[in-house]
Write a protein that binds this ligand. Structure first.
Ligand code: SF4
Length: 70
């Protein structure tokens, strides 16, 4: 919760994909940090987030972008 990932100077996440929100933890709710999965297509795969988090709390996942055509 050092909140470096929330800084919008581009040093952590150039796309500002992290945000603060109330999250549920075992038996309680508190402010936490989430990744904006709705905007995951903006992720440029730079891994700055993984490399910059001082606690090593961010781990990349494999994601395959699918575009749905109706
Ligand atoms: S890999 Fe994606 S989420 Fe991580 S810092 Fe780069 S743009 Fe942001």
């Amino acid at each position: 919760m050092c909140e470096q990932c929330l800084e919008d100077n581009g040093n952590f996440c150039p796309q500002n994909l992290f945000y603060k929100e109330i999250v549920k933890k075992v038996g309680r709710e508190e402010l936490g940090i989430r990744f904006n999965f709705k905007e995951i297509a903006k992720c440029q795969g730079c891994f700055k987030c993984e490399l910059s988090c001082p606690e090593g709390a961010i781990q990349p996942i494999k994601y395959e972008f699918q575009q749905f055509i109706s």
